[in-house]
Design a protein around this ligand. Structure first.
Ligand code: FEO
Length: 397
């Protein structure tokens, strides 16, 4: 059965959701699934804006056949070549052998790398700000390199004022009937996943995202149609502002984040003491995570959200306990920056985790370590209270 929805003049949602996939990109847990969005515009020429992952290809093919209603497909705009949006090109070019693939030079190069069919013969190559008229609709292609791959472009339809934004403004989470952001409680039920999606997928490319936002600011946008998650037609400025904050590595929310690892509970005890003291000092919005239990994609998103972070970790194999090392290296890889951090280390016969944490954090931009690392020998003692109090004071300041 077809699952399509008309979203604007001549314009239909033809994507589909996947609730079976456990790990997006085989790395990020997606308990709420993910949608692969695609849009079909029926004009004098028919034009498809991106496609879907292979996992939902059967539903997608049924959707576009329903909307095409016997017509052929003239164009496919390839805003992004990552396979989660390119799982059905073999089927499409077989079914519509005259279809033109609209993309820039890099798009065509990448498609040729992925597929065996003759991409060049079907290529309609565009340059920055080129337009394509399909009858009533005119589509303009604006390049957005590194949001999230170098070939990425976004497409603007001047008739409907829709911005087809590729990965930008996307989120994890399958769609459940309501395909518009204003039909769901986005701030309370989706924003955390949107932040986790943004920070993990394109968090490294803040400079490029800001450049893309600047280009988009010149457009009169009535609707943003991303490749994942709900479509935006209200409160667009609010969601754009969230992206500006994330892309600028600014602090989104007041509060303190405590991320710890603990092998036998002693480092956890120290982390709990710090949390208690922070609360006594009037700090609210304190969030604690065990990095051994929490996937680092969640921790990375939380680190982007808050401005003050306490890291506490034991020594392991004369180095840093692996879940903490993985997290710090992940933060470094995503260019996490401009934050205040405090450190607690633990060890029985050799204290090395503090030095290792410092080494990684000091190699990052704008990370201010606000305390001398508090060292716990096996377990924290009441006699160390003043050291912890100094850490707490430094974080509160
Ligand atoms: Fe949704 Fe970069 O692909």
């Amino acid at each position: 059965m077809q699952l399509t929805k008309r979203i604007a003049e001549d314009t239909y949602y033809v994507g589909a959701s996947d609730r079976r996939l456990a790990l997006f990109e085989n790395i990020y847990p997606i308990e709420r699934g993910v949608s692969y969005n695609s849009y079909l515009v029926i004009d004098e020429k028919t034009i498809l804006l991106d496609t879907v992952d292979h996992s939902v290809s059967r539903q997608f093919m049924e959707n576009i056949e329903y909307v095409l209603d016997g017509r052929t497909l003239d164009y496919i705009v390839v805003d992004h070549v990552e396979p989660d949006h390119c799982g059905v090109y073999e089927e499409l070019v077989t079914k519509f052998p005259d279809v033109k693939l609209v993309g820039n030079a890099k798009t065509i190069q990448f498609l040729s790398q992925f597929f065996r069919f003759d991409v060049a013969a079907r290529a309609h190559v565009v340059k920055e700000c080129d337009s394509l008229c399909t009858g009533k609709h005119t589509f303009t292609f604006v390049f957005a390199p590194m949001v999230h791959w170098p070939e990425v472009m976004v497409t603007y339809d001047s008739l409907t004022k829709i911005l087809y934004s590729a990965d930008a403004f996307g989120t994890f989470g399958a769609l459940s009937g309501n395909i518009f952001a204003d039909e769901v409680d986005f701030e309370h039920e989706w924003l955390d996943d949107a932040r986790r999606y943004y920070t993990n997928i394109v968090g490294k490319y803040g400079v490029q995202v800001l450049a893309a936002l600047k280009k988009a600011s010149g457009l009169d946008i009535a609707m943003i149609c991303p490749l994942h998650g709900p479509i935006w037609r209200k409160d667009i400025a609010w969601f754009i502002e969230k992206h500006r904050i994330w892309a600028s590595y600014e602090v989104e929310s007041d509060g303190v984040l405590i991320v710890y690892c603990s092998i036998y509970g002693n480092t956890e005890n120290a982390a709990n003491y710090v949390a208690m003291k922070l609360a006594e000092k009037g700090v609210r919005n304190i969030h604690m995570y065990d990095a051994s239990k929490t996937d680092s994609s969640y921790l990375l998103a939380e680190c982007f959200k808050y401005g003050r972070v306490v890291f506490a970790a034991p020594t392991y194999n004369l180095g840093l306990f692996p879940p903490m090392e993985n997290l710090l290296l992940d933060l470094k890889a995503h260019l996490w920056q401009n934050r205040k951090v405090a450190l607690i280390e633990c060890g029985t016969w050799a204290l090395a985790s503090g030095k290792k944490m410092l080494e990684i954090l000091c190699s990052m931009k704008g990370i201010e370590v606000v305390n001398d690392t508090v060292s716990i020998k096996s377990s924290a003692k009441d006699s160390q209270a003043s050291e912890f109090d100094a850490l707490v004071d430094a974080i509160v300041r």
